[in-house]
Design a protein around this ligand. Sequence first.
Ligand code: NAD
Length: 363
Amino acid sequence: MLVGCPKEIKPQEFRVGLTPAAAAEVIAHGHKVLVQTGAGIGSGFPDNDYTDIGAQIAPDADSVFDDADMIVKVKEPQAAERKMLRQGQVLFTYLHLAPDPDQTRDLLHSGVTAIAYETVTDRAGGLPLLAPMSEVAGKLAPQVGAWTLQKANGGRGVLMGGVPGVGPARVVVIGGGVVGTHAAKVAAGMGADVTVLDRSLPRMRYLDDVFGGTFKTQFASGTNIAEQIAQADMVVGAVLIPGAAAPKLITKAQLSTMKPAAVLVDVAIDQGGCFETSRATTHQDPIYDVDGIMHYCVANMPGAVARTSTIALGNATLPFLLALADKGWRQAIVDDPHLRAGLSTHEGILTSPPVGEALNLEA
Ligand code: NAD
């Protein structure tokens, strides 16, 4: 099979679908790899990293889309890319079709067999191809929050770990899933005093078992959230209700109860945000002030650390990619119902019931 990897064209996207290490494994399994020139540059992988392990370099996207049996990407195909997809070809990438009727229509029209990273499942009921990006965003949250806390950036001028004789910053993390746990670990590692609030008792039992002593847990009732945010220097929003918009857990009126120039980092902004005053920002202009409270709400946080994110994503996608290449997509999804959960479109048929429901289409 010829596995093709085009350069991402979505603005500010520096990740690449195939690392040289992953490409080497694909080649070791007897397949060919075709990478568009410059595809890996944003993640620190020049063309010769790919040619060194036996991949071929294509001069443009057309050559990759024309020749490849399977296209491996990061972001959903943009309109120009969708025109190059065809029946008989497999597309393996993030799709996020539910809010995107134009893309869904184009994929159906192309006939491509599209498998979405974000709906592939695992035995524990998790989303193994989404988790690496949540890990990255979670670990970044205290880092960007600490920067925002600096006086020159509008924050309270509080150091995360304090110094001898001066106490640490108080960090409150709302949502103790993948993002929240990684955020809490890093904030605690920086020396902050950290509390994680969640509504899931099993999750808090797990966090307490594993991290008791490193950070505290508390049930996410409205009263507890109100008490915690009044004392916080930084609040990280990390909740998720699968398939739904994030609940608004801090209102605009509550901002006046917070310490002046405290910082809100809303990681859940890609699901609409969990603070009433959140609106999506970009890496170019990441923070803004509402009523004296600094907000950081970048919707694609992993893009800030494209190299780490690319490698983390590649580690997670590789076993699925090898199964698709070795067995062909039909046998691969018969053998693995978790990969089957990613199948979204095939030869003009929508195969994802949740997407059908969201877009009012037959699936
Ligand atoms: P997850 O499912 O692992 O964790 C979500 C947690 O939220 C769960 O533990 C759940 O019990 C808890 N929760 C749900 N409702 C709650 C409530 N009302 N109060 C308190 N806790 C509540 O999800 P995740 O992978 O950690 O993702 C969290 C959010 O981060 C999602 O919205 C995800 O899309 C987003 N995310 C954003 C970026 C970015 O770049 N901005 C990157 C990755 C993930």
